[in-house]
Design a protein around this ligand. Structure first.
Ligand code: BES
Ligand code: MN
Ligand code: MN
Length: 457
């Protein structure tokens, strides 16, 4: 323990400087204009893996963004940990809401502000530094493999093929990921599940051109109005998703499991205050913890159409669009849900408009077994580092590739995230606490220690 702390203490400024360098790359996977930045970031990650002591480091080309691979195999008889992370980030817009520029990392009040600070650069970089630490202090007790991809934020389209083509190379005993959150540093937690996702885009088409709203308004269906009516009908009076078949097959939790989840520290008053809302919202019969962890949901991510420029323009738009996503839970199949959504959305369209529905990416939900050696190792590591046992929680977000690791490689994942829900992931002013960054670097080697010890038994 002391060597870990001493090493971090000695090198903490350099660790932070390196993270800042990484954060300066605008590696936005959603925007093709940033392709060169993606390549630079992948090369940077590869170089840092080499410097940390990894062998066989490679920037693997795919049909999309490259995947960085590297490993340290110390003994084929020892257990192997596959570390997954992503170096791509979400677009930073709206830029005017950032207090400091998204790709000029800045520390304020002990927090690193930058796009990707928490999701996921700050978190996967902890693993590279923890690896360096174990190499330098001669304490690496397991084999380690790194796979850091560049398309997570756009659905990991090419990672599946890479995994299938490299099953041997990626063989490991557990996948370890830091790309999720904890309740707080005082209440450390471990996520035991991720939700799946189905992402759709819809278009409601009316007249063949924008019309004068005085000449035609009231006589021709307004696609923006119709779209709003259709979207409003997607939730019923209990705020349940109103798509036939949507809840079919869901694996429900037992009352005991629900009680355990609801026992996690959570303060509704603080929650509302943090978000500036007077009241929460959601499916009748479920708590906020359940609504964001074990229940499926439907959200409008964006909606547009007609005139949105300055001033006023009287117009009846010819079409209106929306991006709609659904979070899914075990028992729901994202392809089936996407089909159900498309069929339903078309079915509820009035004859006065036409509707186009496109399915974007999707992903499967995942639940981690809590009786595995790897999960126990994570619990023990957190207990050692935080002085407190972690509470199991269900995460609301999605990392679709985790289910694929299980299907294609037969490997289970441990989600040892060090972010906070208040880190503003995907939002302006994303941040990651400097404390969490160092705490992660301190906890990760303890995971390896416990994982190796428990595996030997
Ligand atoms: N790191 C997040 C997922 C996450 C965040 C899980 C917080 C648990 C808690 C990941 O980068 C992400 O944003 N995933 C996307 C899905 C992806 C297919 C675009 C998401 O959850 O929206
Ligand atoms: Mn992420
Ligand atoms: Mn993300």
């Amino acid at each position: 323990m002391q060597t870990i702390k001493t090493y971090i203490e000695t090198h903490k400024q350099r660790f932070l400087d390196e993270l800042f360098e990484l954060l300066r790359f605008p590696s936005i996977s959603a925007n093709p204009a940033h392709q060169p930045d993606i390549i630079h970031t992948a090369n940077f990650v590869a170089q840092k893996l080499v410097l940390a002591g990894a062998d066989a480091v490679e920037v693997c080309q795919t049909a999309g963004n490259p995947i960085v691979y590297g490993h340290k195999i110390i003994d084929a008889n020892l257990p192997t940990v596959l570390v997954y992370g992503h170096y791509d980030v979400q677009p930073p817009e709206p830029l005017e809401l950032w207090h400091t520029p998204p790709f000029e990392p800045t520390i304020r009040d002990g927090k690193i502000y930058a796009r990707g600070a928490c999701d996921d650069k700050g978190q996967f970089y902890m693993h590279i530094k923890a690896f360096e630490l174990m190499m330098q202090t001669n304490t690496l007790p397991c084999n380690i493999k790194f796979m850091i991809e560049g398309e997570e934020e756009v659905g990991s389209d090419n990672l599946g093929d890479f995994v299938i083509a490299n099953k041997q190379k990626l063989q490991a005993d557990v996948v370890l990921i830091s790309d999720t959150s904890m309740i707080s540093m005082e209440n450390p937690s471990l996520e035991t599940g991720l939700r799946g996702l189905s992402y759709m885009e819809v278009e409601v088409v009316g007249p063949n051109k924008d019309l004068h709203s005085g000449v035609y308004g009231g006589a021709v269906a307004n696609p923006a109005t119709i779209l709003c009516q259709m979207i409003a009908s997607l939730h019923d009076e209990n705020n349940q998703v109103n798509i036939p078949g949507f809840y079919d097959g869901i694996i429900e939790l037992s009352p005991e499991e629900r009680n355990e989840l609801n026992a996690a520290p959570f303060n509704l008053t603080d929650y509302k205050k943090d978000l500036g809302i007077d009241e929460v919202w959601g499916e009748t019969g479920y708590t906020t913890i359940e609504r964001t962890g074990i229940r499926p949901t439907l959200e409008v991510n964006g909606i547009w159409g007609g005139y949105t420029g300055v001033g006023a323009k009287t117009v009846l738009p010819s079409k209106a669009n929306a991006k709609i996503s659904m979070r899914l839970v075990p028992g729901q199949d994202w392809r089936k849900i996407s089909d159900l959504f498309a069929a339903h959305f078309k079915a509820i369209a009035p004859p006065s408009v036409k509707v186009n529905v496109v399915a974007h990416h999707g992903g499967k939900p995942y639940v981690t077994p809590t009786n595995s050696i790897a999960f126990k190792a994570a619990q023990l590591a957190i207990e050692d580092a935080f002085g407190k046992k972690p509470v199991p929680t269900r995460g609301g977000g999605s990392i679709p590739i985790v289910a694929l690791f299980e299907e294609e490689l037969g490997i289970k994942t441990v989600l040892m995230g060090f972010g906070l829900d208040s880190d503003s992931l995907h939002s302006p002013n994303e941040k990651y606490d400097v404390f969490n960054f160092y705490k992660g670097i301190e906890t990760i080697p303890l995971f390896y220690k416990h994982f190796a010890e428990l595996s030997m038994r």
